[in-house]
Design a protein around this ligand. Sequence first.
Ligand code: ATP
Length: 637
Amino acid sequence: MTMMGGGSVFGGAGNAPGLPFAGVPQEMQAGVDALIADEPQHLTEPVVFSHRRGERDRRPLTLRRLLARHKRSLVAALALVAVESATLQAGPKLTQVGIDDGILKHSMTVVVTVALIYLASVGLTGLASAARVRVTGRLAAWVMHDLRITVFTHLQRLSMGFFTAEKAGVLMTRMTSDVENLQQLVQDGLAQFAIQGLTMVVVTAVLFGYNVKLALITVVVIVPVLTALSLWFRHASNIGYSRARDGISATLADLSESLHGISQVRASDRRSRNILAHRKVVGQYRDANDDTALINGIYGPSTQLVGFLGQAMILAVSGHMVLRHELTVGELIAFSLYLNSFFAPIQQLVQLYNVYQQGQSSVTKLRELLDTEPTVAESPDAAELPPVRGELLFEDVGFGYLEDRPVLSGVNLRVRAGETIALVGPTGAGKSTLARLIVRFYDPTGGRVLIDGHDLRDLSITSLRRQLGVVPQEPFLFGGTIRDNVSFGRPEATDEEVWEAIRATGLESLVERMPEGIDTVVHERGQSLSSGERQLLALARAFLVRPRVLVLDEATSNLDLQSESRIEAALDALLEGRTAVLVAHRLSTAMKADRIAVVDDGRVIEVGGHDELVAAGGRYADMFATWSRHGGAPHEP
Ligand SMILES: Nc1ncnc2c1ncn2[C@@H]1O[C@H](COP(=O)(O)OP(=O)(O)OP(=O)(O)O)[C@@H](O)[C@H]1O
């Protein structure tokens, strides 16, 4: 739980009893203080966000770089791994001494001493292991924490084009399964790698130390078979895991799309089709998991079988050697115990290789994401935009979302400071695109967009956005209260200012009817407000920020007459005294603007006042005539 700094939240025993909140009883205050002191503190200091990445963030993401920030934990983990691997190997040697020097020579002292040392080594292994798990767990938690914040910050930096091109589900996979793969690798995989690797080296040396002949048999006969099996497993499981990764990506992408479009799914009664489609992606994921389970099922038991056969062979040879007094019984037992510790790491290492592979491929995918440069970048010598009057100028602007498909070409348009200009035209003409260029969601591919004579590309993005307000076609409401949503662009606004915005946009009666006024929580994605109310709330949000320049994309949804007139009144209040570019889908809105620009096929073909354009008898006059014929109210100047 996040807790801001500062004093006690509870009033203590000083509050008068009988009032609605009488405070914490004295006898409980100590407990409450202890509880608060125990609360974990998360960073709540202000974030300094930069549109440009710092030098540190520019270096490509690697596992080593992720770990390097936590050197102390890493060194501690390695030291504990070394202790764990060494103490683990004491058992067989102690068994041998116990048998040869204790049991066979009837020395109780040796047996007891060896048993005590054994006990101590087991205890030490347990302690080292517990400490190692704690250290690597903490290390993994921090690495994941850093990574999630780095990726999230980078996503904030990326341009709109990236989000429209990339499926939301795929981005979710980066933040979920890719980050979790890495967590698994850092938390246990790397430590196990080190333990098993070290164990193999130590045990090989010990085996040769005990008996060169037996060790050679092990290395020459058994190891090649195990190696061949392991190479097959590595190859097969690589393919399997890569299919499984694609499977989970597709499953999450499909799930996220279905959830976002749930109302459309219901309305079009696509439920059974969607279930079928989801069944298909989930089925592919299951197939991939089935395959990896099969591969594991073949590899695990067959390596075990090879291990047992090898042990049987070694036992036959070493038994023969004991009979010929070339080996003691204790040495035979110790050798076969060490043999176990020799086979186990081979199996484990191959399995771990998969964890490593998965982790590495996740690092690669996250690296690709972090290396994506924002297309709308802030220039290194970006200037602060001084307070503007709000004149906008499009100079021979060309733009296309895709390289070979121009959406705008040769657009020239001047929006005077303080005027409201409406963009009208057929659907797909490029009206919203023009609006997006003003707020620099995209940069033009040709020509320039200027505000008060400054090319937008030369300005710091923050200073530009501070003076711009945007009301999108479908306003997004965030999970939180009405107050949070209205003050989204200016969280420091006072209650009075929030109320003023609510009153100006005619939301007052609605908010007053709500159970907790401006503190009423509206649901995620604003499902608890009607579409008209959501639009009004978006207008209130813009009103509170009081930007010099407003860009409004008029909602296309049909509202009842009352809501429409409320929105029109709210617009009047909002547009007063500022420059506004209004993407108008209704001529009734457009004709109230100071001037109208007709956009067709990516060009501005007419600009002028309503009467002027009607009199000119051009494209706008045609649109107006059609609109009037179909029941639009005739314009009364
Ligand atoms: N993110 C995008 N990626 C690729 N093409 C896009 C994207 N957004 C819009 N387009 C295309 O650009 C063209 C202009 O779209 P735009 O949204 O500007 O039209 P509009 O005039 O605002 O239409 P409407 O009145 O329907 O809102 C359309 O052909 C559209 O398909």
